[in-house]
Design a binder for this molecule. Structure first.
Ligand code: FEO
Length: 397
């Protein structure tokens, strides 16, 4: 993808990976690909904001060459060192070795560790700014949104907030603005992104959003380093971030399970039916058939969570075990849950799941349901009833 104009003097010079299907190792399935956004500002000092994944360094440099000779770059701002944004830093630095590099102190440490050099690095923090000609760029520390080194950069002249991972989406597109793509898909991808990248940092995000609001920044564009630039739908995405960051939930439920011989699955289906019988939305997720990242997106705002597993080798099954480990790391709050599962002789899985529910700080609404071998008609009725009662608990508040 060539360089594209964002606003007078500001260009999008990043790259689109239409075929990326995984991100953060295998934790995030990116069904719509990924973009690595970088922005070039043509002012008295030529300024580059972030770089791209190292696999796209060549294309990235070609994009920059469409606008300026890379050797003329005076300033590189590193909003975040994670390799999807800093991977091409060593290559670009070779072309402009005298450029001054700006980022947080943590970013400097990270560049040194990843690449052996941070170049001519000047650490910055909130309240500091940099004059590049007509523009003054303000730095806003956003530590732990989502790495210790993270920051935003704001250009008052352009009214652009360069938000790096904040407000991102993994959405490969030939366009660069939010109003040039399908709004529902965009918001869906923004939600998947939030659930998988930012969910654990809700309290920090709430505080930072409030602090930024107090700064009274005039923002016409939010330019993240993944996906589309927010132009038309800034109020909507800010509202969603405030909602998600507060761990807000809706009266809906997910029944998430892994099964060996379909007994646990039969229980899961009856629980879903029971929940739905009370007018509460309930969705069934077999963890072996759904991407973890998609389940995370659904449960981001789901009040009710029901987890099931057969017992295997005196423990729950391995895929649901991995999912629950991941789930706990998301630091969910304000949820209700219970466990269920089938077994052959020892039946530890339900207790294993309940331990995770307790250690995650989730409210257990009822003792788990265990079924020997295969559920009888009476046991399936009990599962339906458990689902029905769970729905009433969800509705209560
Ligand atoms: Fe897009 Fe934290 O990297």
């Amino acid at each position: 993808m060539s360089a594209r104009l964002v606003k007078d003097g500001v260009y999008s010079v990043g790259c689109v990976d239409w075929n990326a299907r995984n991100f953060h190792g295998s934790t995030y399935v990116t069904a719509r690909g990924v973009t690595y956004n970088s922005y070039l500002i043509k002012d008295e000092k030529i300024t580059l904001i972030d770089t791209v994944h190292k696999n796209f360094a060549k294309e990235f440099i070609e994009n920059i060459k469409e606008i300026v000779d890379p050797s003329k770059i005076d300033v590189i701002i590193i909003n975040h060192i994670e390799p999807d944004h800093s991977g091409a830093f060593p290559e670009i630095l070779k072309l402009c070795p005298n450029a001054k590099i700006y980022g947080t102190e943590k970013a400097k440490q990270g560049l040194l560790k990843y690449y052996g050099s941070a170049g001519n690095f000047i650490p910055v923090k909130t309240g500091q700014n940099l004059n590049i000609g007509k523009r003054s760029l303000d730095f806003i520390d956003t530590a732990m949104i989502h790495w210790p080194d993270s920051m935003f950069t704001y250009s008052a002249f352009d009214k652009i907030l360069f938000s790096n991972d904040g407000f991102g989406q993994h959405y490969a597109a030939a366009k660069i603005f939010d109003d040039e793509v399908d709004f529902c898909i965009l918001m869906d991808e923004a939600k998947i992104y939030y659930a998988n990248i930012l969910w654990p940092f809700g309290q920090i995000i709430t505080a930072k959003l409030a602090a930024i609001q107090k700064m009274n920044l005039d923002i016409e564009l939010i330019a993240p380093s993944h996906g589309l630039i927010w132009r038309k739908h800034i109020p909507e995405i800010l509202e969603k971030y405030a909602y998600w960051a507060a761990n807000s939930t809706q009266n809906k439920a997910a029944v998430i399970y892994e099964t060996m011989w379909h007994s646990t699955e039969a229980m899961a289906k009856k629980i879903v039916e029971g929940i739905a019988s009370q007018g509460i939305e309930a969705v069934l997720f077999d963890v072996t058939k759904n991407a973890r990242s998609d389940i995370a997106s659904y449960i981001l705002d789901a009040k009710g969570l029901v987890f099931g597993s057969s017992t295997h080798d005196n423990y729950m099954l391995p895929v649901i075990d991995g999912f629950l480990h991941f789930f706990k790391g998301l630091k969910p709050k304000n949820r209700k849950a219970f466990a269920f599962g089938s077994y052959g002789w020892s039946g530890e899985s339900v207790g294993n799941i309940e331990e995770v529910i307790a250690s995650a700080g989730i409210e257990k609404t009822t003792d788990g349901i265990k079924v020997l071998y295969a559920p009888s008609k009476e046991e399936l009725d009990k599962c339906f009833e458990a689902g029905r009662a769970f729905a009433l608990t969800i509705k209560k508040e």
